[in-house]
Design a protein around this ligand. Structure first.
Ligand code: NAP
Length: 472
């Protein structure tokens, strides 16, 4: 048969994962300059699209979420279909997709968290920040998580943007939160929160902090929380000073300046304190008699230069105890292996070269299979970083098509894939269904002046679409 990519025989692509990368890839496929006609089916295990834009971006960052308008434009293409609530590896297998598509693109992100690897990490009251984030954003899998917000002091380990999000949400007033699309269950729990002090713990110095400047600025402007920084912890050590003098990196210079500005502030006596610490690492979580976290043992670090010149933390012999009732580890996300897809365990990504999935033994590309986004490069960058990343993979896909290096599915018709999905997951959610859910959520929010009130259970979503509740 002739090479696919024409109106009569379109190139059929399955994208697994409806997060930003999935949309950016679909957009790049539709807009390709080679005139290849492409049909895209996007699968997601959740009935709702947008990945971390819905389940990760903080509810008080609505502006960032407006990126979904451009995703909806992509989805409006008649050659785009959404199969929501269809889990890869459970409802559809790699073999199913290979039977229906010329190319398969995995954009599943990084669905779990990294661990700190210290004693006491699993005590009650110690949680991955990713779970807290998914909970307050109404992700159905985390709907029933509980966090003891009756405690007064909380530690957030790590100083990336996720750590900042978690600390900021804990420090917002109920009135501020009530104006967002935070999940109702989280709003209710946070209304009753007795948390008064949130400690952000950075293992390196201010110049190495992973958060970005708008995010660190924002925590200095909180309505009812003072930001507290120890002057001695944001003074540059000689190595950082030398590195900065050489690089003249303006963003980092500004970051250090913002933090030093906080250190010079006198607390205004607001009802909460957000304490940002640097050059400290937790070495142990200490439990009380009932096995709940009660304190954290911290060691002071100093920086040293590695052979590559990177400044890394090294423990000193100075320790301190920080009494805390709740700990969120926010030390990065991590990719999860997909059934039948080669995975690099140590990096937590799919083994790939420019998005082409590689056979782990031969290190040669596996025909027709690709990766993009966090599952391709790891959990770095902002939402928009995934656009060039997806474009790179799509270029590989189009090059391979031109070389004839694609799958040869026995059933490449649109109807065949749909029939398969209908058979395996009769309750799948189409894009039209999602738009109905979207409109309902927005309508639910209108009365309370909120952007939306999310459905947080799959059954609720299906009931709203007048469907049965069998999802398996
Ligand atoms: P991240 O930016 O990689 O930050 C991870 C933090 O954890 C770093 O401070 C890191 O310190 C620290 N860390 C790692 N291992 C540690 C350990 N064993 N002990 C103590 N600290 C440790 O990751 P993230 O915060 O999860 O964010 C993921 C990505 O999403 C980032 O690119 C982020 O910018 C993005 N994001 C953006 C926004 C936004 O734009 N508003 C919001 C949320 C997330 P070291 O640097 O020393 O390794």
């Amino acid at each position: 048969m002739a090479r696919p990519g024409t109106a009569e025989h379109p190139l059929r692509v399955a994208i697994v994962g409806a997060g930003p990368t999935g949309y950016y890839a679909a957009e790049a496929l539709f807009k390709n300059e080679r005139g290849v006609v492409v049909e895209v089916d996007v699968y997601d295990r959740l009935p709702t699209p947008y990945g971390l834009v819905r389940a990760g971006v903080a509810p008080d960052h609505q502006k960032i979420k407006s990126v979904t308008a451009s995703f909806d434009k992509v989805a409006a293409n008649p050659r785009f279909r959404f199969f929501g609530g269809v889990e890869f590896g459970k409802d559809v297998t790699p073999a199913d997709l290979r039977a229906c598509y010329h190319q398969i693109l995995y954009c599943t992100g990084a669905q779990t968290d990294r661990r700190m690897g210290i004693p006491g990490e699993d005590l009650e009251g110690s949680h991955p920040a990713t779970e807290f984030v998914a909970w307050y954003n109404g992700h159905p899998d985390y709907r029933d998580c509980t966090f003891d917000l009756s405690v007064e002091r909380v530690a957030v380990v790590g100083v990336g943007n996720v750590a900042i999000d978690v600390a900021r949400i804990l420090c917002r007033t109920p009135e501020e939160l009530a104006a967002t699309d935070i999940a109702d269950h989280a709003l209710e729990a946070l209304r009753k929160s007795r948390v008064r002090e949130v400690h952000l713990l950075g293992r390196r110095g201010p110049a190495q902090a992973a958060f970005t400047n708008p995010e660190i600025k924002e925590i200095g402007e909180l309505t009812d929380a003072d930001v507290v920084v120890r002057p001695e912890e944001v003074e540059l050590d000689p190595l950082s000073r030398a590195a900065l003098e050489q690089s003249q990196d303006r963003a980092t210079l500004k970051k250090v300046e913002i933090l030093q500005g906080y250190a010079a502030r006198t607390p205004a006596g607001k009802s909460r304190r957000l304490v940002a610490r640097f050059l400290v690492s937790p070495v142990e979580l200490i439990g009380d008699a009932s096995g709940r976290v009660a304190a954290m043992r911290l060691v002071r670090n100093e920086l040293y230069a590695t052979a590559t010149g990177a400044l890394q933390p090294r423990a000193t012999t100075q320790f301190e105890a920080l009494p805390v009732g709740l700990v969120f580890r926010s030390v990065g996300y991590r990719g999860v292996p997909l059934p039948g897809v080669p995975f690099n365990e140590s990096w937590g990504v799919i083994l790939n070269d420019k998005g082409r999935i590689l056979d782990p033994d031969s290190k040669r590309p596996v025909a027709g299979e690709y990766a993009a986004g966090w599952i391709k490069r790891g959990p770095t960058g902002v939402i928009g970083t995934n656009k060039p990343d997806a474009v790179e993979t799509v270029l590989s896909m189009l090059e391979d098509l031109a070389q004839g290096a694609i799958l040869t599915p026995p059933h490449p018709e649109m109807a065949a894939a749909e029939a398969l999905v209908r058979q395996r997951q009769p309750n799948y959610v189409s894009y039209a269904d999602w738009r109905r859910l979207d409109a309902l959520e927005v309508a639910r929010g209108r009365a309370g002046g909120r952007p939306r009130v999310k459905f947080t259970r799959v059954e609720e979503m299906l009931a709203a679409l007048s469907r049965g509740s069998e999802t398996t």
